[in-house]
Design a protein around this ligand. Structure first.
Ligand code: IMP
Length: 173
């Protein structure tokens, strides 16, 4: 039997997300940034984040990728659904749920740079430095976490648990 143990509570996440939103709002005052939300895992984080950023001309776009089978990175990133618009000369913020090995975000940064955005930054809710395989610049970071596989708040394990309102870990009971 496995049970879900809270790793970061909904309250802890909400407080940190508000702080990240305030930083983004301050840095992009008077600009029209495009938040590129990396699906599927980032949709819950992004939904809370954009509602806490008071920038009327903020825009969103979505990029769906597949990089994982179970709990291990395959190292191969597949674009399942591309952006709906060009990002040339745009101020882009890539929104990720978690930077684990860094392979996904590294691949996406290289890909988006070829489309010539004016600026390109990274906002990630979680970073697991213990498993890092490539150095990734994270401009806005929610939490640095230990080497645990976390679920909930949009993150899944085999497509399960995305709807949990908090971040948890699975533990044998
Ligand atoms: P990376 O390429 O290893 O950095 O992996 C990034 C992607 O792997 C994230 O966007 C997640 O979808 C997934 N991932 C990595 N660690 C976890 C975890 O602890 N829980 C759920 N998904 C994870």
């Amino acid at each position: 039997m496995e049970q879900i143990v809270t790793y970061l509570s909904a309250e802890q996440i909400a407080e940190r997300v508000k702080a990240l939103a305030a930083e983004i709002q301050r840095d992009y005052e008077g600009k029209r940034p495009v938040l590129v939300i990396v699906l599927k895992g980032s949709f819950v984080f992004a939904a809370d984040l954009i509602r806490a950023i008071d920038l009327p001309s903020l825009r969103v776009d979505f990029l769906a990728v597949r990089s994982y089978e179970g709990t291990e990175s395959s190292g191969v990133v597949q674009i399942v659904n591309d952006l709906s618009r060009p990002i040339e000369e745009e101020d882009v913020i890539l929104v990720e749920d978690i930077v684990d090995t860094g392979l996904t975000i590294n691949y996406l940064l290289d890909l988006l740079q070829t489309r010539k955005p004016k600026t390109l930054k990274v906002c990630a809710l979680l970073h697991k430095p213990a498993r890092s395989r490539v150095a990734v610049p994270i401009d806005y970071l929610g939490f640095t976490i230990e080497d645990r596989f976390v679920i909930g708040y949009g993150l899944d394990f085999g497509e399960k648990y995305r709807g949990l309102p908090f971040l948890g870990v699975l533990q044998r009971a």
